[in-house]
Design a protein around this ligand. Structure first.
Ligand SMILES: Nc1ncnc2c1ncn2[C@@H]1O[C@H](COP(=O)(O)OP(=O)(O)OP(=O)(O)O)[C@@H](O)[C@H]1O
Length: 223
């Protein structure tokens, strides 16, 4: 178990956003977090990340199966890309910030990480000049650099073109193959069902589906 939510509820002030959410994330699985706009998906992902505290219930993080990986990778709506730094410098800074072992943040390793995102030829250009899609790919490279065992993605496809989406899908599959547990808020749930193992759908402040992706019918919960 990488993550366990037990009867989680969240209030903003006295306004209830979600209630009674129980869910577990296991190693080597992709979960799509689905639900209509404003259902509380981002709120739930932040609770999973530990960026927000539940008003009731508990959020527990389990031991990472791969001790060499960072426990948690969270990709939210902010990119945390420094515009004055080059793509390479952004990754180098992030790696230093997280005390990554020298062999994992050598020039070769960082360039390889950029190459995977098809950003190597822009490695020494200022990130401030990047398009939305390029910045998002750099953001993904940043999060994946730590090989997180729990990967939480809040609409990572935002601003990505078709080719970049293919890279994103490949990286999600690769993370699952190395044993990571992934929770992914996607705007194209129907399209991404085939890429997922499980679905957690929320609507009307509660869980309306929790189970295998293969059995999930998006229309049933008006996503
Ligand atoms: N920090 C906050 N303070 C107060 N209300 C908030 C806060 N964050 C979110 N909300 C409210 O909580 C509700 C759920 O928001 P959330 O962003 O979690 O939904 P979502 O399902 O991710 O939406 P979308 O699909 O539009 O991104 C919304 O009504 C939102 O306005």
């Amino acid at each position: 178990m990488l993550l366990r939510l037990t009867r989680v509820a969240k209030f903003y002030g006295n306004r209830l956003v979600i209630k009674d959410v129980s869910f577990e994330v296991s190693a080597g699985t992709v979960t799509l977090l689905a639900g209509p706009n404003g259902a509380g998906k981002s709120t739930l992902l932040k609770l999973m990340a530990g960026l927000s505290r539940p008003s009731a219930g508990s959020v527990e993080h389990g031991a990472a199966p791969d001790a060499s990986g960072d426990a948690l990778g969270y990709l939210g709506h902010q990119t945390f890309i420094y515009p004055e730094l080059t793509a390479f410098e952004n990754l180098a800074f992030w790696a230093r910030l997280h005390g990554l072992a020298p062999e994992r943040c050598s020039e070769e390793a960082l360039l390889a990480a950029l190459e995977r995102m098809e950003l190597k030829r822009f490695a020494f250009e200022r990130a401030g000049g990047f398009s939305r899609g390029m910045a998002q790919r750099l953001n993904l490279a940043r999060v994946l650099l730590l090989s997180p065992s729990l990967l939480l993605l809040d609409e990572p496809g935002t601003g990505l073109d078709t080719r970049s989406m293919a890279i994103l899908h490949r990286e999600i599959a690769a993370a699952r193959d190395r044993g990571a547990g992934i929770v992914w808020i996607s705007h194209s749930v129907a399209e991404d069902l085939a890429r997922a193992d499980r679905v957690l759908a929320i609507a009307d402040k509660r869980v309306v589906y929790s189970g295998p992706a293969a059995d999930y019918v998006p229309e049933a919960v008006a996503c």
